[in-house]
Design a protein around this ligand. Structure first.
Ligand SMILES: Nc1ncnc2c1ncn2[C@@H]1O[C@H](COP(=O)(O)OP(=O)(O)OP(=O)(O)O)[C@@H](O)[C@H]1O
Ligand SMILES: [Mg+2]
Length: 377
């Protein structure tokens, strides 16, 4: 018989909280999601009590893993601020504890860095389908070619892209019980919720579940030493995205837009979102910028090329470069063979390499102290 939510709940009822109350009765347990033998839940506790609760989380995770029919368990501890509600996505955090950032303000624990990871950057857009994931992968590869150690985190919990863009079918292995080893592709560690869940599984994620999955992918994965982690963000600027922007200790954000006015309005929202949570915007990339006919070489600016550059100037953020609309980019991207890796000297790779250089320089400029990323290839 397939594993049900009630089976999980019954088992969790045997796990006492630090005060001896059964876990489901504490009011701290999130919605439990059971999908295809995979179980997800989080426990939201006061940040002052995290240490006491870690052993509860650990026991809960082990108990559920031991149930028949369970393939994997993601159990996360989510810390709430002492004496108050969980941070509201709307409230800009005071004195984020970003490594290298300004000194922290009063009791407002921002996201802490990931040990060994020098800089985390988000690739984001206000609007869906503008080429964020494609840009994230090729940018990561181009940064790798600059001599940096790069990893990719697919934070698009709703519609993960990395299994397809990098043709990854295998599942991450666990190390020592509760940490995951990322999948290695083109010399980069990669992690995506898509590696743990079947593509057909409906993604009915609740807010806390999204955060718990993201927290685990950030903190319970053996990323190793990285100069840059590139995070492919979900589209949009709603509460979920804002919370993510707050929870991930970002050094900077790259905004992807197409040149049309409508996409630019969304890009503007994206920039405003990152500014609100004090994450420096490293700049805008104009994707699907112009079309060069593969037969005659004639260039057409079908979407009104140049809009993103003008917008960047207007908003006072750097313009990082443009990428043409080209069927080769789409085909390569969708078949798991990104252009920068598979046609490294081609014209397309060149666009991404220029963007990568600007991103590297932008990161060096925003980081205090300067990160270890000023390595020349
Ligand atoms: N420069 C380009 N030229 C041609 N096709 C492109 C280009 N950039 C992206 N694409 C294609 O456009 C589609 C959407 O790209 P992608 O998945 O990267 O967008 P996204 O912004 O991440 O989407 P979502 O919002 O759904 O996450 C894909 O089929 C991709 O191959
Ligand atoms: Mg995407």
């Amino acid at each position: 018989m397939a594993l049900s939510k009630d089976d999980v709940l019954a088992e969790l009822g045997k796990i006492p909280s630090p005060d001896g109350v059964p876990l489901p009765a504490t009011g701290k347990l999130s919605e439990i999601i059971v999908a295809d033998g995979k179980v997800f839940f989080s426990i939201t506790v006061d940040s002052a009590a995290v240490q006491q609760w870690e052993s509860v989380r650990e026991r809960a995770q082990q108990a559920i893993r031991a149930l028949p029919g369970v393939q994997s368990v993601m159990a996360a501890l989510t810390a709430e601020r002492a004496g108050g509600a969980a941070p509201r996505p709307q409230a800009p955090p005071v004195g984020r504890a970003r490594p290298g950032g300004p000194p922290g303000g009063p009791a407002a624990p921002g996201p802490t860095g990931i040990p060994g990871v020098q800089a985390i950057i988000a690739v984001a857009s206000g609007k869906g389908g503008v080429g964020k994931s494609t840009t994230a992968v090729n940018l990561a590869l181009a940064l790798r070619d600059l001599g940096l150690k790069v990893g990719i985190l697919d934070a698009d919990i709703y519609g993960p892209s990395m299994p397809k863009l990098l043709a990854i079918r295998e599942r991450p292995q666990t190390i020592g019980g509760n940490r995951l080893r990322p999948i290695e592709r083109f010399g980069m560690p990669v992690m995506s919720i898509g590696f743990l869940i079947e593509e057909e599984t409906p993604m009915i994620w609740r807010g806390p579940m999204v955060m718990s999955a993201l927290t685990q992918m950030l903190r319970e994965v053996e990323w190793g030493a990285l100069d840059v982690m590139v995070v492919d963000m979900p589209p949009g600027t709603g509460d979920a995205q804002l919370t993510m922007a707050q929870q991930v200790p970002l050094k900077g954000a790259v905004i992807v837009s197409t040149p049309q006015d409508l996409a630019l309005i969304d890009a503007r929202r994206g920039i405003a979102m990152f500014r609100r949570v004090n994450v420096p915007v490293l700049g805008i990339v104009e994707n699907m910028s112009m079309f060069i006919c593969p037969h005659c070489g004639t260039r057409s600016d079908i979407f009104g090329h140049g809009g993103a550059r003008r917008e960047a100037e207007r908003l006072g953020v750097p313009f990082l470069g443009e990428v043409p609309l080209d069927i080769a980019i789409r085909e390569k991207s969708d078949s798991g063979t990104p252009v920068v890796a598979t046609v490294p000297d081609g014209v397309h790779a060149k666009f991404y390499r220029e963007i990568a250089m600007r991103v590297r320089d932008g990161l060096a400029a925003t980081s205090r102290p300067a990160p270890k990323i000023v390595v020349e290839a």
